[in-house]
Design a binder for this molecule. Structure first.
Ligand code: G16
Length: 473
């Protein structure tokens, strides 16, 4: 099968499987879906990130949509995924196609399709599109017209998605508190779509921003635009070296993921940020509702929910599932350990810009570092340490993985197994509340091991025993 939709859309290596031909076949399949839904007039937004040839792929895709009489709203510039999601839920279109491989390295591109509800397409939709796209790859039957023809037929309009999205965020965040607090922020958009969004919002609202990597670069400075601790070393040096900077912020290729450094440059794992933000929303901002997290995300979220007497929903990996709860208004917010977060009343899609701003508001309002706030949270709900290990998906590991997942180990690091959850990968809950989850990534060629325990020592022991289980004979 050439086209395969994973955790969030179809991703491939440019000029290998991500070719113009295959992208047009996927566009034809999405067109067929949109026509079948009777949404041609409402049309689709077409966006892209600053990857090599991204805009050109986007124009090709728009040509296919137009040939199928679907109205195209074509973004005038590289654009964050959450800004596209905001335009959809504001009624601008019946969905969007976004050309992005998100945090994946520069040699990848991808197609994220979001239908009318504004979140990433759910499996029943992507399965339909995937099947049709592969048939079209074989038959070569897709339609296309040129941009000029589409424009002359009134089927293609250029659109600027920035102003409305920024206006909405300006209303959602308490900038008065941030301004009064008066500290500086450092921001690394990693050469990608966050540029001109998070920095602009902060500056317009009176916060000084020190910026790096603030011009589009299709190589993202080398590697991938992933706001992880390893990628944010330069930002960390800046934050550490300037006493006036109280926070380091970063966003990924399509600005739906966030990365956070505390005042001293220390990278804070997204798991902790998610739990702190959810606690803040309920305790300080008075939001009402449950919370949601993916199966791979910290149970600190459950502890926050328990503390506040609200429900915690556990979902498979993929923000689409959390997005559904947000769209239904059931939760105050939800998050994923991969740095995904959104809140009630906002887009049902992860938003790294919103998460960054909300975190800044929290730090300003509490006037405490993130580590201090985490300590406070631990003292109220208990201590949770989390970690994630990525194992390269070799042929051997790929073959052995399904068999390994059928085994019933006695325990990990000498701790017995209490429960097994299989909504996505295999998660073993251990007797003392620690847990370990094994799953194949749907965006990268890796097997992920996620572990959580109440101390660093225990965490390390469980990781080692998990590695031995998966890699051992
Ligand atoms: C995508 C999805 C997320 C998911 C993440 C990791 O993020 O949108 O919901 O948590 O991948 O998935 P996996 O563990 O299967 O690689 P993004 O930012 O790449 O779109």
């Amino acid at each position: 099968m050439t086209i395969k939709f994973g955790t969030s859309g179809w991703r491939g290596i440019i000029a290998d499987d991500f070719t113009t031909y295959n992208a047009k076949c996927v566009a034809q399949a999405i067109s067929d879906y949109v026509v079948e839904q009777g949404q041609s007039k409402e049309g689709l937004i077409v966006g892209y990130d600053p990857r090599f040839m991204g805009e050109s792929f986007a124009r090709d895709i728009a040509g296919v949509l137009s040939a199928n009489n679907i109205n195209v709203l074509f973004s005038v510039e590289a654009v964050p995924t959450p800004a596209i999601a905001f335009a959809i839920i504001s009624g601008k279109s019946a969905g969007a196609i976004n050309l992005t491989a998100s945090h994946n390295p520069y040699n990848y591109n991808g197609i994220k399709y979001s239908p009318k509800w504004g979140g990433p397409a759910l499996p029943e939709t992507t399965k339909w599109i995937e099947e049709h796209a592969n048939e079209i790859v074989d038959s070569g039957k897709f339609k296309e017209i040129t941009e000029d023809e589409a424009k002359s037929k009134g089927l293609w309009t250029d659109i600027d998605l920035k102003a409305d999205y920024i206006k909405d965020l300006n209303e959602k965040i308490d900038f008065d508190t941030i301004k009064k607090w008066g500290k500086k922020v450092a921001y690394d958009p990693i050469f990608a779509t966050g540029i001109g969004y998070l920095d602009k919002i902060l500056i317009d609202n009176g916060t000084d921003v020190v910026m790096i990597h603030d011009k589009f670069d299709p190589y993202f400075g080398g590697g991938g635009p992933d706001p992880s601790g390893e990628k944010l070393v330069e930002l960390a040096k800046i934050v550490e070296g300037d006493n006036d900077i109280a926070l380091g912020l970063a966003t990924d290729g399509d600005a739906d993921r966030f990365g956070v450094l505390d005042f001293d440059g220390r990278f804070i794992e997204p798991n902790y940020i998610i739990a702190l933000l959810l606690d803040y929303l309920i305790r300080v901002k008075g939001f009402e509702g449950g919370v949601a997290r993916s199966v791979a995300t910290t149970h600190l979220v459950d502890a926050v929910a328990k503390y506040h007497g609200v429900k915690c929903y556990e979902t498979p990996v993929g923000f689409k599932y959390i997005g559904e709860y947000i769209a239904e208004g059931k939760i105050v917010g939800g998050g994923e350990e991969s740095a995904g977060f959104s809140i009630k009343g906002h887009v049902p899609e992860k938003d790294g810009i919103l998460a960054s701003l909300l975190l800044l508001e929290m730090v300003a309002r509490e006037n405490k570092s993130i580590v201090e706030q985490l300590r406070d949270l631990y003292s109220r709900v208990g201590t949770f340490m989390t970690s994630r290990v990525n194992l390269k998906l070799t042929k051997d590991l790929d073959n052995a993985f399904p068999e390994k997942m059928k085994l019933n180990p006695k325990g990990f690091a000498g701790i017995a197994i209490k429960d097994k959850i299989t909504i996505d990968g295999t998660k073993f809950i251990l007797d003392d509340g620690s847990w370990i989850l094994f799953r194949k990534s749907g965006t990268e060629p890796v097997v992920r091991i996620y572990v959580e325990a109440s101390s660093e020592v225990k965490l390390k022991k469980i990781i080692d025993s998990g590695k031995e289980f998966i890699l051992g004979a």
